[in-house]
Every structure is written in structure tokens, then in C-alpha cells.
Design a binder for this molecule. Structure first.
Ligand SMILES: Nc1ncnc2c1ncn2[C@@H]1O[C@H](COP(=O)(O)OP(=O)(O)OP(=O)(O)O)[C@@H](O)[C@H]1O
Ligand SMILES: [Mg+2]
Length: 511
């Protein structure tokens, strides 16, 4: 078979192959036989493994590539540099490593491409350490259950769908529904609450102006010092878009493995899957459902498996993932969304309707879920938000019925009104993550009925008055409450303080 293929090649190529075979054999070396669309097809290199780095000796110097399609008589390799330099007949050698990126503290505050090259105009990155782009996930014995909070600062999430360190929580919704905003606020919250969590934001094929705007904002908010941005734009080759999430993960694993905590944001995996489809078609892999190659599930499962809460023996570090997926017309049953839903530990579902009704963040109470974060929720928040989710979904149901009739019994009416207040309360502007004490006091005030006299459209004002009052009069107690360890129950000291302040705050707004 191999003989036949070689026989079809031009005389020059045949000579090049024969020469190389004689000189060093075709085990660790090979010859480029075709090149195009960023892909080099190589004859030889029998030893090459998946994702191994190849060095192509071109007339203009060495160009790196990595092996992806390993077939019997040829290898499809994705070129990492300028593919116009590569020509048929060039010699290719195994570099002897799999693809690695610089990792470590040196990257903090920087914007880099998936190979760790700076994109922010700053100096080259001189990292002491490097991490492999592809790495096997840690096994069950090396893990521990998720039990520490990863607070987003967004009340609707922290109260109803708590996320823990080491968890993988998907943010899913149509375009322009506030998906990125959730991730960005979570990053900001890490800085405000001084959690020490390192943020790694991976932009997959995003407009460079959008990324620049985000970086500017992160700088303003004082978050950039604990953040690494791995950026790829829409005009970058598909291979770079494909590598971006893995490269970012290698950077996050560095912190995880030395006992630290890192938060991965993949924005977004829909574009990542599309880049992989493009690369696969160029590599002539057989297309399957929606033209994605058959292993597209594995593309994201092996990525997200690397997020974990490590066991004490391994240093108890963690890597949390917030992958983002864009849906079309809210269809979560499409191929890529269902895959990623099944890989993650829950999802925050953003509803377009809510977004346009002005209910922002537009988090669906019915379709969102967090499967593992319950144990990680801070005691304080947990103690006040037990009935929140049910109350809110019941309210949305009742509210839709209530449109049809005006004769509602007092109970139903009260429930609807409470739901309206709750909905108002959970509205939260961008870039304003809330501390634990603020979340606890706000939720307590509404769910205990202390704001029942306040009209729905005045709830945000009453909330602001409550928080100002508490911070002015009870700073020490609120600082203590902010540690999150204390349950706020009916007759506890904090409950009394909050109740008193809430009643006073409500007075100013009752009609
Ligand atoms: N909580 C919020 N309150 C008010 N406005 C918000 C809120 N969250 C997001 N927005 C606004 O909604 C718009 C869309 O937000 P964002 O870019 O986060 O959405 P997205 O789903 O990531 O969009 P895309 O699909 O383009 O990536 C932005 O203009 C943003 O400022
Ligand atoms: Mg976005």
C-alpha cells in the first residue's frame, strides 16, 4: 500500500523520500508530500504520536507543526506557523515532545496566544515552567468531593445554583443573553473578595476589539493581576482556536497542582467545536452528525475532565470550569449543547425572553441546575435560600395562569406578589458582584416577608437602603457574617439585626 502511494508521487519527491530513507530511515523523520490550508501531509515518521510536535525544515527555517491524523502511510499535521513557508519535499523530524506552553506566575496579567506568545505588546514571557497542552485527567483516587465555594457574586447563582471549586458548570444560552457577563462578574468577584483564585479567560475566535474591551475592564476592576487571558481572533487559523482551551487549561493546572485554585472560562466551546470541525474536514476525517467528526464528544470531555478538586495527598488544589455554549433559538438539544451538558456538573441556562423583559441576569430558575455545588454553598447563604428556587419557579407558573383570570384567592395572590419581589431582588447590574453578607441580608428580607409592604418596583431601592443601613450601623457584625460560616435563622443575633434594619428600610417605600 505504502509503495503504491509513493509510486504516485513526483520524481523529486520519490528521490527525497529515498534519500531520507537511506540516510536516517523513516521512523523519526519524514518528507512533506502535500501542503495546504495549514495542513502538511507527511510520508514517514512512523514513530509519531498524537499531538507530538514536528519540526519541518523549510528553506526559510524551521516551522513547527503537530501530528493529528495518524494513518498507515501518511500523517496529517497541523502547521503552527506560516504555512506558506512549507513546501513538498521538506524534511520533517520528531521534536520528541508533545506540545507544551509556558505556564506559571510570569503569565499573570498578560494576554497571550495559545502558544504563550504575548499579544499585549509586552515583553516575551520568560516562564520557568512549561505544561503539556494535552494531559491525562486525574483519576478518581486523586480527587476529593467538591466542598469549597466558588462564589460568583451573582445572587441568583450563589443562592440557587451554588458552584464549588473543582466543579464544571456550563453557561448556556442564545447569543447576547449575558453569558460572558456572568463569567466576567465571577472573575471580578474573586478579586473583590480576595479569594486568591486565579482567573484564566480563554477567548475562542472572538473579535479582538471585544477582547481588548474586556481586558481594559478587568484592569479597571483590579482583576488583571490575578488573570491570564488566552486570546484567539476570528481570523486566526482553526488550529490555534482548537488549541486555545487546552493551552489555557495547562496554565490553570500549574496553579491547581501547587495547591492553589484556578477558574477556567472557555468563551466559547461552540466556536471551539466549529474550529475543530473545520480542522477535521481539512484533515479529511469522515464527517458525522452536523458534519462534526465522530470524536467531537471526546474533544470536550477530555478538556473538562481536567477540572477537578484534588485530594489532600495531591495538595488539595482545584480547577473550576465555566465553559460557555451558544444555542440557536434556545435549543439545548442540538448536538454540541447536549454533549457538553452531559459532560458538566450542571448548567446556568440564560433565557432570551427574560433578558428582553429586563430580568437580568436572565437566569432560568426552571432549567438551570447545579448537581454538585450543594455541599460547597456557604452556610450563611444556604440558611436563607432554601425555598428560593421552588418559590421562583412556582411563581412563574402561577403568573402565567394569573394572566387569564382576575379572581385569585388571597394565598395565590400573596405568592405571586412574593415572587414578583423576588424576581426584582435577583436583578443585578453587570460588574456589581455582591458579598456574602449583602446576599444574605437581601434574600432574608424578601423571603421572610419583611419587604411585603414594598411595591415590586421599589424593591431595589429598599434593598439598597437596607444594605447601607447595615453597613453603617453594624459593620463588625456584617464582616463576621461575610465569612459565611454562620447560619442566619429566625432568632439568631444576625437575623434580628437584619430584620430590624429591613423593617426600617421598608418604611421609606411602603405605599
Ligand atoms: N446583568 C446585566 N444587567 C444589564 N445588562 C447586562 C447584564 N448582563 C449582560 N448585560 C448586557 O447584555 C449584553 C450582552 O451581554 P454579554 O456580552 O455578556 O452576552 P453574551 O451572551 O456573552 O453575548 P454573545 O453571544 O455576543 O457572546 C451586553 O451589552 C451586556 O452589557
Ligand atoms: Mg459572550
Amino acid at each position: 500500500m505504502a509503495e503504491l502511494q509513493v509510486a504516485e508521487l513526483s520524481k523529486d519527491l520519490q528521490a527525497a523520500i529515498a534519500g531520507l530513507e537511506k540516510k536516517e530511515g523513516l521512523t523519526d523523520a519524514g518528507v512533506v508530500i502535500r501542503v495546504g490550508d495549514g495542513v502538511a501531509w507527511v510520508h514517514g515518521l512512523k514513530q509519531a504520536g498524537y499531538s507530538e510536535v514536528l519540526e519541518i525544515d523549510t528553506k526559510a527555517g524551521v516551522v513547527e507543526a503537530f501530528a493529528l491524523n495518524l494513518m498507515e502511510d501518511e500523517i496529517g499535521a497541523v502547521i503552527l506557523g506560516d504555512d506558506s513557508k512549507v513546501a513538498a519535499g521538506d524534511t520533517v523530524r520528531l521534536k520528541g515532545t508533545i506540545l507544551e506552553v509556558p505556564v506559571g506566575e510570569e503569565l499573570l496579567g498578560r494576554v497571550v496566544d495559545p502558544l504563550g506568545r504575548p499579544l499585549d505588546g509586552g515583553p516575551a514571557i520568560k516562564a520557568k515552567n512549561r505544561g503539556p497542552i494535552e494531559r491525562e485527567a486525574i483519576g478518581v483516587m486523586g480527587r476529593k468531593h467538591v466542598h469549597e465555594p466558588m462564589m460568583t457574586g451573582i445572587v441568583a447563582i450563589d443562592a440557587m445554583f451554588p458552584i464549588g471549586r473543582g466543579q464544571r458548570e456550563l453557561i448556556i444560552g442564545d447569543r447576547q443573553t449575558g453569558k460572558t457577563a456572568i463569567a466576567v462578574d465571577t472573575m471580578i468577584n474573586q478579586a473583590r473578595e480576595k479569594t486568591g483564585v486565579i482567573n484564566i479567560y480563554v477567548a475562542v475566535g472572538q473579535k479582538l476589539s471585544k477582547i481588548a474591551g474586556l481586558v481594559e475592564r478587568l484592569k479597571q476592576e483590579g482583576v488583571m493581576e490575578q488573570t491570564i487571558v488566552v486570546a484567539t481572533g476570528p481570523s486566526d487559523p482553526a488550529s490555534l482556536l482548537y488549541l486555545a482551551p487546552y493551552a489555557g487549561t495547562a496554565m490553570g493546572e500549574y496553579f491547581r497542582d501547587k495547591g492553589g485554585h484556578a477558574l477556567m472560562i472557555y468563551d466559547d466551546l461552540t466556536k471551539h467545536a466549529v474550529a475543530y470541525r473545520q480542522m477535521s474536514l481539512l484533515l479529511r476525517r469522515p464527517p458525522g452528525r452536523e458534519a462534526f467528526p465522530g470524536d467531537v464528544f471526546y474533544l470536550h470531555s477530555r478538556l473538562l475532565e481536567r477540572s477537578a478538586k484534588l485530594s489532600d495527598e495531591l495538595g488539595a488544589g482545584s480547577l473550576t470550569a465555566l465553559p460557555i455554549i451558544e444555542t440557536q433559538a434556545g435549543d439545548i438539544s442540538a448536538y454540541i449543547p447536549t454533549n457538553v451538558i452531559s459532560i458538566t456538573d450542571g448548567q446556568i441556562f440564560m433565557e432570551t425572553d427574560l433578558f428582553y423583559q429586563g430580568i437580568r441576569p436572565a437566569i432560568s430558575a426552571g432549567l438551570s441546575v447545579s448537581r454538585v455545588g450543594g455541599d460547597a454553598q456557604t452556610k450563611a447563604v444556604k440558611s436563607v435560600s432554601g425555598h428560593l428556587k421552588l418559590g421562583l419557579s412556582q411563581f412563574r407558573e402561577l403568573a402565567s395562569f394569573a394572566q387569564f383570570g382576575s379572581d385569585l384567592d388571597a394565598d395565590t395572590k400573596a405568592q405571586i406578589e412574593r415572587g414578583q419581589r423576588l424576581t426584582e431582588l435577583l436583578k443585578q447590574p453587570q460588574y456589581q458582584p455582591m458579598s456574602i453578607w449583602e446576599q444574605v441580608a437581601s434574600v432574608f428580607a424578601v423571603s421572610e416577608g419583611l419587604f411585603d409592604g414594598v411595591p415590586a418596583d421599589k424593591i431595589k431601592d429598599a434593598q439598597a437602603a437596607l444594605l447601607t443601613k447595615l453597613w453603617t450601623d453594624h459593620k463588625a457584625e456584617m464582616r463576621e457574617l461575610n465569612k459565611g460560616a454562620e447560619k442566619v435563622e429566625k432568632d439568631s443575633a444576625s437575623a434580628k439585626i437584619i430584620a430590624k434594619a429591613a423593617k426600617a428600610a421598608a418604611k421609606g417605600f411602603e405605599s
